[in-house]
Design a protein around this ligand. Structure first.
Ligand SMILES: [Zn+2]
Length: 278
């Protein structure tokens, strides 16, 4: 791969590098984009209940999906899309971090093994449970705030309110019947998934967006799914990273995103898929 290919780290929307081998299926919650042979991004569709973007990888004989969205509906939909694209239902669900919009869709894939880092599993048992309780208690109030913001005369507030309405609508409709997934298989730093056609690498980068964030790397096509480590036209979102990290870490290592970029760049990505545009 060419050195200049690293420039996609800061480029715009991911562009398909290979034509889809099949008709791209449609979905209420996702817009599917082919990225490379056997690799698709399932992008959150405005108004849908996924909220986060997802990945589908045909490993050859096995299918992996990552970050199945915030609701059982989005997870079920992602499984259906994966089945239509690869010819088989998902075998693996990979989670990049513990946030609600990346994990609760696993409930819609009840017979599929869930993989996450050991730290993410611990966070799901603690912060994930707290987040679910909070969502159950405050979803209706959040939705009311979002609707009020959407009616604001201030364009920036109005735009944020419009975006937040879908988020809170989905939580109001589903949080009471959602649980927090318990990953079946955990790893300390990295895990590989192998098939007859390709392998994928789930790689923990440590503290950044949350206390533990992983990226999903597809080496044969140079695709890196960055989850919430990379937003478009939005500064890095650090709210649930470890607040003490910046204060205590060596300053040369203090910028978590710089460290993440330092880890990802040697992987020589050709395409970088990110969280939804905000
Ligand atoms: Zn997140």
């Amino acid at each position: 791969m060419r050195q200049s290919d690293h420039s996609v780290l800061k480029s715009g929307m991911p562009r398909p590098v290979a034509p889809a081998s099949k008709v791209v299926p449609t979905s209420e919650h996702y817009e599917v984009r082919p990225l490379a042979p056997g690799v698709w991004a399932a992008l959150h569709r405005p108004g849908g209940w996924a909220i986060c973007n997802a990945a589908i990888v045909d490993l050859g004989g096995r299918t992996l999906v990552a970050d199945p969205g915030m609701t059982p509906e989005s997870g079920e939909d992602l499984g259906r899309l994966a089945g239509e694209l690869t010819g088989r239902p998902p075998d693996f669900v990979a989670l990049t971090h513990y946030h609600n919009d990346h994990v609760r869709g696993a409930q819609g894939l009840p017979s599929v093994a869930v993989f996450a880092s050991e730290e993410t599993r611990r966070l799901l048992e603690t912060r994930g449970v707290e987040e679910l309780i909070s969502d159950r208690n405050h979803a209706e109030a959040g939705l009311a705030r979002a609707r009020a913001a959407a009616a604001s005369a201030v364009p920036e507030i109005r735009a944020h309110g419009v975006l937040a309405i879908t988020y809170w609508e989905a939580l109001a409709a589903t949080a009471a019947r959602c649980g927090v997934p318990k990953p079946d298989v955990t790893f300390e730093q990295e895990m590989w998934f192998h098939g007859s056609d390709r392998s994928t690498h789930l790689l923990s980068l440590g503290t950044a967006h949350t206390p533990d964030d992983a990226v999903l790397v597809v080496p044969d096509s140079g695709v890196v799914f960055c989850a919430d480590l990379l937003f478009v036209r939005f500064h890095p979102y650090f709210a649930d990273g470890e607040p003490t990290f910046l204060a205590t870490a060596n300053r040369s290592d203090a910028w978590a995103w710089r460290r993440c970029a330092s880890t990802c760049t040697p992987l020589k990505p050709r395409l970088v898929a990110w969280r939804q545009q905000v």
